[in-house]
Design a protein around this ligand. Sequence first.
Ligand SMILES: N[C@@H](CCC(=O)N[C@@H](CS)C(=O)NCC(=O)O)C(=O)O
Length: 296
Amino acid sequence: MTEEATYIPPKVWKWGIDDENGGHFASINRPISGATHDKELAIGKHPLQLYSLATPNGVKVTIMLEELLALGHSGAEYDAYLIDIMEGDQFGSGFAGINPNSKIPAMLDTSTKEPTRLFESGSILLYLSEKFDAFMPKDPAKKAECINWLMWQMGAAPYLGGGFGHFYAYAPVKIKYCIDRFAMEVKRQLDLLDKHLAKNQYMCGDEYTIADIAIWPWYGRLIEGEAYEAGEFLDVKSYKHLQRWTKEIGEREPVKRGFKVNRSFGPLEDQLHERHDASDFDTKTQDKLNPEQAES
Ligand SMILES: N[C@@H](CCC(=O)N[C@@H](CS)C(=O)NCC(=O)O)C(=O)O
């Protein structure tokens, strides 16, 4: 019998700090919140300062900012700094001062009287859509629908990432019970989105909104077979309407740009570690900064 099958939880859980079987991310997780070390954050010249990484939660914000800039909102100019969560940057004092929850993305709006701190990707999307009056329907019923789907994404994605993705791809052992439980839930979510998108061009009818911007980085990447190498396992090709929506959004230029910001993994031409100017996309991706590495 495996240890998992025979494990009897003790009366009081204790942090196994030396436990080598903690799996992927175990070394960065702690049962204590707050900063572990002093580290100030850099501040650039633009109104918005973003501290992030191109995970799906991070990409939501960089897509939103690139979409706003594409609409001509110069107040959405931003400096994006890379936070390496595997190195524990999220536990630095400066970062924890903006997000006490120590998770990317975190943002500072320096254009307000006192700088406004922002954390939780859904909250950041809502804040930006209100500040620039964009990507949110004006009609009250449609606005409610948009917020419904935004909140759905915030609640649903942890089952996909922390549940399915963790147990299918990262856990040190493959546990059938866990994989079955979360594969069932993720397939249900995919079916829900597929049925909705059969009747709607975007999540809120014919308007592209922050609901699409929140959902695409998680469910679009999964449906492209990119997340957790689970495309075949989840039979993602069968969700035809979700495939159509994913492709349509992925072809937007601001989405392509937002996808690259704070990316420190994957193809070098997609990695723009920091972004301080629109021209950085042409000159500062890793293939441009390290041409020898790009050729090898
Ligand atoms: N609900 C949060 C989730 C943020 C989150 O989980 N961020 C992850 C990366 S996707 C992170 O920073 N993890 C580092 C850690 O857990 O220490 C949001 O949407 O902003």
